[in-house]
Ligand binder design. Structure first.
Ligand SMILES: [Zn+2]
Length: 125
């Protein structure tokens, strides 16, 4: 069993040659670099269909309007971990994405209130 130690950093080197900055598990590597977890991930990929079904279920939890933002952020997470993306850019993108989500949430709430007001007007007639 590989557990998070929350003290050490990962021993692996990222694709850009820099040391990985992610917190290490008990085997000295992070989630992305752990050979033990890589084997588990390989086995999970072999089970394919099952995991695909779970991904589809997870996907349904995301409001359709937010799906493109979620996809982009997922990509940002990968790029940050592999060292392809400057953490400052990742951080800025997360801030902007959070603002977009808040705006969408307010818009959705307004739409629901408007719809409730409409149906209450109709009920009075
Ligand atoms: Zn790592």
């Amino acid at each position: 069993m590989v557990q998070l130690t929350n003290r050490q950093l990962c021993h692996a080197t990222r694709k850009d040659g820099q040391p990985c900055q992610a917190p290490a598990l008990s085997d000295g590597f992070c989630f992305g670099h752990s050979p033990a977890l890589a084997e588990k991930a390989r086995q999970a990929r072999l089970r394919g269909g099952q995991n695909k079904a779970q991904a589809v279920r997870l996907r349904r939890l995301i409001p359709p309007r937010l799906a493109p933002i979620f996809d982009r952020l997922e990509q940002v997470l990968d790029e940050l971990h592999s060292g392809k993306l400057d953490p400052r850019i990742g951080s800025s993108m997360a801030t902007v994405a959070a603002a977009m989500c808040r705006l969408l949430a307010v818009g959705e709430l307004e739409e629901r209130v408007r719809s409730l007001e409409e149906s209450s007007k109709n009920a009075k007639r």
